[in-house]
Design a protein around this ligand. Structure first.
Ligand SMILES: Nc1ncnc2c1ncn2[C@@H]1O[C@H](COP(=O)(O)OP(=O)(O)OP(=O)(O)O)[C@@H](O)[C@H]1O
Ligand SMILES: [Mg+2]
Length: 311
């Protein structure tokens, strides 16, 4: 649905996007991560047909962003990082305005708007003034706005920024639901744990260069981030540090650390079976109170790849 082939975008002498390539298929959520000024918004603006790349090409549903902008806009929803201000409109009027702009036939407008209000959980606010909405509600309205023409492709530039924890979870659920409906999404964010939970693939960009693009599992494997487990122990048979020392000798384990009664173990990348560890601990006469697998954290992959460089 989205294909970017080696695009470069310069602003004067600054190379904001440097030879970036990526693909996003139907039903995929592509998490776009990178420090401030990395080039995320610029890449998304090229895809939204708002900026022309200096070189390279980009396609949305097979259409070239530099030539077929009008057709692309019909199937694309772009939510910029800053929303416009529309002081004197109610939520409903605001959405009617965009539905009219997208030439949704007036007969079906009401139904369409009710549908997106429901999906974004804003039905109760339809008579409220846009200005009176809380920040999180405004963000949701931003998503509602890009959904009125039922686009197949969504580009959402930091949709969760400024949201409280509950609103973030709701936003994540909404985006996951949109992917389930078969839409393709590119979602940029600084909140790594959140992207890790909803993305099917990720792109890590720094100083205009894409350092990684691909599936999230491959990212963890490639960056040497293994599965982790937290084990709480009851009356260990041997001293915990001895147990730890024997664990780190095993090739299947890349790290083991003791913190109080807790043993934290990181498996070697790609090591999917964890059962052997339980057997090893029992053989050592250790009583296991709890054994909690933890999914790898996107933060770790991110820190491995980026060096905190900003332009
Ligand atoms: N219109 C513009 N004119 C000049 N420079 C620009 C323009 N837009 C972006 N830039 C520069 O291009 C670089 C990339 O900016 P971009 O907005 O794409 O970063 P970003 O990854 O979205 O960052 P953030 O996380 O802060 O939103 C930055 O150095 C920025 O200053
Ligand atoms: Mg940005």
């Amino acid at each position: 649905m989205i294909e970017v082939r080696g695009i470069t975008k310069k602003f004067g002498s600054l190379v904001a996007v440097d030879n970036v390539s990526l693909t996003v298929g139907p039903g995929e959520v592509y998490g776009f991560i990178g420090p401030n000024g990395a080039g995320k918004s610029t890449t998304m603006k090229v895809l939204a047909c708002l900026l022309k790349p200096d070189s390279g090409s980009a396609f949305v549903d097979g259409m070239d962003v530099t030539v077929e902008g009008d057709s692309i806009r019909r199937i694309l929803g772009y939510m910029p990082d800053v929303l416009g201000v529309y002081d004197d409109l109610t939520v409903e009027e605001y959405l009617h305005f965009f539905a009219a702009a997208f030439k949704i036939p007036s007969k079906s407008r009401k139904g369409t708007i009710e549908g997106v209000l429901e999906l974004t959980d804003l039905s109760e606010k339809k008579k409220a003034m846009v200005d009176s909405l809380s920040r999180g509600m405004k963000q949701r309205l931003g998503v509602a706005r890009v959904l009125v023409h039922d686009p197949k492709v969504l580009l959402l530039d930091e949709p969760a920024s400024g949201l409280d924890p509950r609103a973030r979870i709701e936003m994540r659920e909404l985006l996951t639901e949109l992917a389930r409906m078969g839409k393709s999404l590119i979602v940029s964010s600084h909140i790594l744990s959140e992207l890790g939970q909803m993305s099917t693939s990720i792109g890590i960009i720094e100083r205009g260069k894409l350092l990684y693009s691909g599936s999230i599992e491959d990212a963890y494997a490639k960056m040497g981030v293994g599965d982790r487990v937290k084990i709480r122990l009851e009356s260990p048979g041997e001293s915990l540090s001895q147990v730890r020392n024997s664990l780190v000798e095993d090739k299947r384990i890349s790290r083991a650390e003791v913190e109080g009664e807790t043993l934290e173990v990181e498996f070697a990348p790609g090591q999917k079976s964890h059962h052997f560890l339980i057997e090893m601990l029992i053989a050592k006469g250790v009583y296991i109170a709890s054994f909690t697998p933890e999914t790898p954290r996107l933060e770790d992959a991110f820190m491995t790849l980026t060096k905190g460089q900003v332009q």
